[in-house]
Design a protein around this ligand. Structure first.
Ligand code: HEM
Length: 195
């Protein structure tokens, strides 16, 4: 159940796991050689590992990148699974009788928002210590003209704008859900009011 950072070796695929950044060990549920297979269709194929890179060219928080990436994929798979299951029920004509599933759907509008954030964390943290991979390091990329207070101020402004957009998003989704499905053919006027 354990793996190490290697220079080059067959690589496992972890469904769930925990990376110990200190000991460079991964513990979890894995498919041995799974990553090698995904890359080369060969469970024994060598994959370049983190230790092939100098220490100051590796991301510092490997476990965080690992967890964020796994959360993103789990959400993606869950949404695909839910959609397939619901399509099957719709085809059988029983979808709208399954209230518990419809409730899950109502709350699952939040999942792509979370997946977007953790996907972005994966990309940004996994690329460290580079801003532009192989060309510009993060510690060389900051502007010396902009003070930390100015950065904080624009961050707060972004936070306010996005908080307002998020509240508007919840408001309009809630409105649509409460309104329920409409019948465009039967009632075109209601449809026009609705959009
Ligand atoms: C179905 C399983 C999924 C797979 C296999 C997958 C795969 C990936 C990969 C390989 C990356 C690039 C990471 C890197 O930079 O090295 C990525 C980034 C990202 N993913 Fe996913 N993803 C999945 C689901 C999702 C879902 C459901 C969302 C959102 C609805 C999402 C949003 C993002 C975002 C926003 C990024 C960052 C893009 C960037 O800033 O460059 N992903 N994903």
């Amino acid at each position: 159940m354990e793996g190490h950072y290697e220079e080059s070796a067959p690589a496992d695929l972890y469904l769930l796991g925990w990376v110990n950044d200190e000991t460079q060990e991964v513990t979890g549920l894995k498919l041995p050689g799974g990553l090698s297979f995904m890359i080369d269709q060969d469970f024994e194929a060598e994959v370049t590992g983190l230790n092939a890179f100098p220490k100051d060219e590796r991301p510092g928080q490997v476990n965080a990148v690992f967890q964020f990436y796994h959360i993103m994929i789990s959400i993606g798979m869950l949404l695909i699974g839910l959609t397939l299951y619901a399509s099957f029920l719709w085809w059988r004509g029983t979808l709208f009788k399954k209230k518990w599933l419809l409730k899950i759907f109502a709350f699952s509008v939040l999942l792509p928002q979370i997946a977007n954030q953790v996907g972005w964390f994966t990309a940004e943290m996994g690329r460290q210590p580079w801003i532009v991979y192989g060309h510009l390091r993060t510690d060389e990329g900051f502007s010396q003209e902009v003070s930390s207070n100015q950065v904080l101020f624009s961050l707060i402004l972004f936070l306010v704008v996005y908080a307002i957009l998020f509240i508007l998003f919840l408001y309009s989704v809630n409105k649509k859900i409460k309104h329920g499905p409409y019948d465009e053919a039967k009632n075109p006027d209601e449809f026009l009011n609705y959009i």
